[in-house]
Design a protein around this ligand. Structure first.
Ligand SMILES: [Zn+2]
Length: 309
């Protein structure tokens, strides 16, 4: 009797949690902003969506969460009646690819080879410290139909929309998406505005790779480019430069401590990142960033780097 009650209660609690989650999504509204030229940004919950809109239709970059798909579709409808032609994923995380299975009924999803591989298998996402999340394998409908190794270009709306892969930054399957005619770039989660970044060391990400990506991308961009970050408001190239400076300086500060023989706990206790505390965020606070830098430097990368051609 007690056991049955426990099971019933358990089911009830799970049901309430599921409801609460649906309810959270039900309150989300999709905000559409024109960025520049023919590029729009859609904000709801999860990663920013970039959209190229023109005579040929719509190309979207990332698709947030499945329960928001109808709202995303309605938001796009407020801009154009044209259909979605392609969806590009910047990386595999669920807050950027959750709508894949639904949107792929209309148009193919394109992504780096490792995005498909990581969506297909189970694993974990995290910084090999306090941040750790289980990753579940996705159904085949959610897997990108078109994948590429180095770069790929979609020639639509008079734009050469180019996805360029940067190895081992936020994950091991990141792409930055360029819209040269409109002078806009979508950075995926290699550049975010929530403070210190999340680097998914468990999924082949690395601090060095994120720094290398920013160092490579900054000189490619015009001074007045509009930058869509993975999360947060539309930014400038100077914002990206500040972010890169912070990445390099904080890495150097932690490296100095490690060289001097400090443990991870000592680095945290002595607050080695005090000078950069304005970057401490709700998701990645100073301690979580010290862990990331320390684990990255210590080479504790047990995340499997998926080999591709
Ligand atoms: Zn991400």
């Amino acid at each position: 009797m007690t056991r049955t009650l426990e099971i019933l209660l358990g089911t009830l609690v799970l049901g309430v949690l599921a409801l609460a989650q649906d309810d959270d999504f039900s309150k989300v509204q999709i905000k559409v902003t024109k960025v520049a030229g023919s590029i729009y940004m859609l904000e709801g919950s999860g990663g920013n969506i970039g959209a190229s809109v023109g005579d040929d239709g719509i190309v979207i970059v990332d698709d947030q969460y499945a329960p928001l798909a109808d709202k995303i579709q309605a938001a796009l409808k407020s801009v154009t009646d044209k259909p979605i032609r392609f969806i590009i994923n910047t990386h595999y995380h669920g807050d950027h690819t959750g709508g894949n299975a639904i949107f792929q009924k209309q148009a193919p999803v394109i992504a780096h080879d490792n995005v498909r591989k990581r969506l297909e298998q189970s694993g974990s996402a995290g910084n090999l410290g306090s941040i750790s999340r289980e990753v579940k394998p996705q159904p085949k409908e959610a897997l990108p139909i078109l994948t590429f190794d180095h770069d790929m270009t979609v020639h639509l709306n008079g734009e050469d929309i180019r996805a360029l892969h940067f190895p081992s930054g936020h994950t091991d399957g990141d792409s930055i998406i360029f819209f040269p005619k409109s002078n806009v770039v979508h950075m995926g989660d290699d550049f975010v505005r929530y403070g210190f970044p999340f680097i998914d060391l468990s999924s082949g990400g690395s601090v060095e790779g994120m720094i290398a990506a920013m160092e490579e991308v900054i000189p490619k961009l015009p001074a007045d480019v509009k930058v869509i970050p993975g999360h947060g408001a539309v930014s400038s190239l100077d914002d990206v430069r500040d972010y890169l400076k912070m990445l390099k300086e904080t890495r150097a500060a932690v490296e100095k401590g490690v060289t001097a023989g400090m443990t991870l706990d000592q680095l945290k206790q002595e607050n080695v990142l005090e000078a950069w505390k304005k970057w401490s965020g709700d998701f990645i606070n100073s301690d979580a960033w010290v862990e990331t830098l320390y684990n990255d430097l210590a080479g504790k990368k047990d995340g499997k780097f998926i080999k591709h051609n």
